[in-house]
Design a protein around this ligand. Sequence first.
Ligand code: ZN
Length: 225
Amino acid sequence: MTVVDDVREVIEEVRREVSTLHSELVRYGLVVWTAGNVSARVPGRDLMVIKPSGVSYDDLTPSNMVVCDLHGKVVEGEHAPSSDTEAQAYVYRKLEHIGGVVHTHSPYAVAWAARGEPIPVVTTMCADEFGGDIPVGPFATIGDDSIGRGIVDTLAGSRSPAVLMKNHGVFAVGPSARSAVKAAVMCEDVARSVHLSYQLGQPIPIPSSSVDALYDRYQNVYGQR
Ligand SMILES: [Zn+2]
């Protein structure tokens, strides 16, 4: 009996979900080659499911997703996990309400990250999804806790479900992996719109009371009940 046998069905379900969600990164043009990844927490267990490292998006299947503990150690899987596993494991350890983490190098968001500049809240979509500016986290290299710490510390001061890690890319989080993917998609769209706006001149800020109202409505009223 392995450590995951008692949650076999749950693990299989999370494997399917994580594998399928990767196609959304391709569909929305957020990734190239094998860069980027999606992970999900296994509900009720200190485990996560994440993309294998260096495997083409075309070749991702539920069975080659990797199950790790929340220190990034492989629990089940034929492949090495994504090189971002330790960063994402750190996020799951520190933020118990987070069920999914997504990482991309989507081009417009990376352009902002390379400048070390938050994306200002100058569109209603940014207010709706991010509740303010999309913040910038520190420059951090792979290999220890520094990316994970940068994500958690930066998100602590913000309502945003996405952070631009300086000179790097987007880390998006959510209560589910699907909501984290949505935040990554929205982040790139906002980054593109605001970049285009700057090409035309100076975008107009949205007053903070209106940002609050938009965020509240979108988070609590918008959509199907
Ligand atoms: Zn990266």
